[in-house]
Design a protein around this ligand. Structure first.
Ligand code: ZN
Ligand code: ZN
Length: 137
């Protein structure tokens, strides 16, 4: 058992999961996630609904109908995405945004999904320069 508390950035939303019960961790490269999240790809930890316990902030959780089947839940105060659900395709699963969890170093993704939509430069990230802060030139 390795119970951790996940939070949104403003800490109004808090939930608990057992890291040992994470079904899988994936990088999703699909166009829907890219557009919906404004990022090159999205990393998710997948848990069973029953293994997810809301601790606080239920009233702050807003559900957005992203497609006919998929819903994205986020904090209405700070905008942090918390999880996606898709009762039609992935019934009983909560697809957690991994950045809501503490200590991400141990949570290595197991697979890339929707790989055909992946941006080619994602594979080259370790070849570019790295700085401590933003540089624009
Ligand atoms: Zn928040
Ligand atoms: Zn996706």
């Amino acid at each position: 058992m390795s119970i951790v508390t996940g939070t949104c950035n403003c800490n109004l939303i808090k939930f608990q999961i057992d890291l040992d019960k994470i079904k899988t961790i994936v990088n999703c490269h699909c166009n829907l996630c890219r557009g919906m999240n404004g990022s090159a790809f999205s990393t998710y930890a997948v848990v069973m609904e029953n293994d997810f316990t809301m601790l606080s902030g239920n009233d702050n959780l807003k559900l957005y109908q992203a497609t006919a089947n998929a819903q994205k839940c986020f904090c209405i105060s700070c905008g942090t995405p918390i999880y996606n659900i898709n009762p039609t395709k992935y019934n009983g699963l909560k697809i957690l945004y991994i950045g809501t969890l503490p200590d991400l170093r141990s949570l290595m993704p197991k697979a890339n999904i929707y790989y055909e939509s992946k941006l080619e430069w994602v594979d080259k990230l370790n070849t570019i320069e790295s700085f401590a802060q933003v540089r624009v030139n």
